[in-house]
Write a protein that binds this ligand. Structure first.
Ligand SMILES: Nc1nc2c(ncn2[C@@H]2O[C@H](COP(=O)(O)OP(=O)(O)OP(=O)(O)O)[C@@H](O)[C@H]2O)c(=O)[nH]1
Ligand SMILES: [Mg+2]
Length: 371
């Protein structure tokens, strides 16, 4: 199968909360995940396929020879503990493995199981979140402090930065010192935004709640899960539930059995799909589709991107020699069962370079091949 990278996502959390177990399910890998803290020392890298239900629908209509799905690169790292910045646990040097990822997912242990060691003795997801959040902030503070020292020396030596860059960095530093994430202080010139991408707390993030089946079926646990989701939502932090045993069970099932099982647990999608889509949402990415030479492809771009940007995502030559985009909305494409019918019904639009691509658009790019 041919794949197409959509975004990259680092998994962070305390040791022994299930990061590698979840990573293995997401990426169909078999990295070592054992019941002791600091099992992962370096990093594991793998790829998850975004199983967009719209691809299945389009596949039924188009019957393509091949499908190119969008994918996510996940990076699983060691666990962070309180005072990791002072060298506790494995320290925080391993955070460099996730400096360049697009988004972060915090894995929080919600499941109760006496056999699985919790490094702080009891299960308390909100406390754990705060510990990890603070360690990420302190790691960023160290990075920004060093950068500022370096940049200020460079300014003295005559180097110039975009107006507002150094001041913006000072504001980020003050924000981190106040115990807040860099993402809250990203206003500034383009150079500042580019710099902030390498800051751990400057990245969009979401929470993966590692739950057991009890959190979906036993009243007491259901209430506990709901209260955690509400607490996070009040702080505008998106979260998704992930139940390892259900994911392992449905991995072996036919699509129909899988759908039925998820319905029984009141899950709208699998944990894998919820996770992949949470990343898309956090990064404000939308999907458009193309069909060329019997290949159906799903591509992701930032929301509010133009047709020209979308063309460039496929190939720089298509953007360079762009003539027009023939666009059918996903709803029309499915309702009218394909391109020809949509065209005959007047539902195919001819759009120019500046057209703002909508989520689900099925696009055929016309470009000048001779140029
Ligand atoms: N009961 C139960 N055990 C789980 C669950 N998820 C993970 N575990 C167990 O928890 C232990 C730790 O899992 P890992 O995936 O290695 O945890 P980790 O966060 O990667 O740990 P480090 O690499 O040490 O930071 C393993 O024994 C897993 O089998 C779960 O949902 N329920
Ligand atoms: Mg691990």
């Amino acid at each position: 199968m041919i794949v197409n990278m959509s975004y990259s996502c680092g998994l962070v959390g305390l040791p022994n909360v299930g990061k590698t177990t979840i990573f293995n399910i997401l990426t169909k890998s078999s990295a070592l995940a054992e019941n002791y803290p600091f099992c992962t020392k370096d990093s594991n890298v793998g790829v998850a396929v975004i199983d967009d239900p719209r691809v299945h629908e389009l596949q039924r209509i188009l019957r393509p020879k091949s499908i190119r799905r969008a994918t996510v690169k996940f990076v699983d790292i060691a666990g962070l503990v309180k005072d990791a910045h002072k060298g506790e646990g494995l320290g925080n040097q391993f955070l460099h493995y996730i400096r360049e990822v697009d988004a972060l997912a915090h894995v929080l242990r919600v499941f109760e199981d006496e056999r699985v060691t919790h490094i702080y003795g009891d299960v308390n997801p909100m406390r754990d979140y705060e510990i990890v959040r603070l360690e990420l902030i302190l790691a960023d503070l160290d990075t920004v402090t060093k950068s500022l020292e370096k940049f200020k020396k460079e300014v003295k030596a005559g180097k110039t930065f975009e107006p507002g860059f150094i001041e913006g960095l000072e504001t980020i530093k003050a924000t981190l010192e106040a115990g807040k994430m860099a993402i809250e202080a990203l206003n500034g010139p383009r150079q500042l935004k580019a710099y902030a991408k390498s800051l751990l707390t400057g990245k969009p993030f979401f929470i993966i709640l590692n739950i057991s089946e009890s959190e979906l079926s036993e009243e007491r646990y259901v209430e506990k899960l709901e209260s955690i989701i509400t607490m996070l939502a009040e702080e505008n932090i998106p979260s998704v539930p992930f139940c390892v045993s259900i994911e392992e069970m449905i991995a072996e099932m036919s699509p129909e059995e899988k759908k039925q099982t998820l319905e029984e647990y009141n899950m709208p999608m699998s944990g894998v799909d919820l996770t992949c889509f949470a990343g898309l949402k956090a990064l404000d990415l939308i999907t458009f589709f193309t069909t060329v030479s019997d290949e159906l492809s799903a591509w992701t771009i930032k929301a509010n991107s133009t047709a020209l940007t979308a063309a460039g995502k496929i190939h720089s030559d298509i953007a360079k020699n762009f003539v027009r985009a023939e666009v059918i909305s996903y709803q029309d494409f499915v309702q009218l069962r394909g391109e020809l019918n949509a065209k005959n019904a007047g539902r195919m639009r001819l759009e120019g370079k500046d057209y703002i691509v909508q989520d689900g658009d099925v696009i055929r790019f016309r470009f000048n091949k001779a140029a």
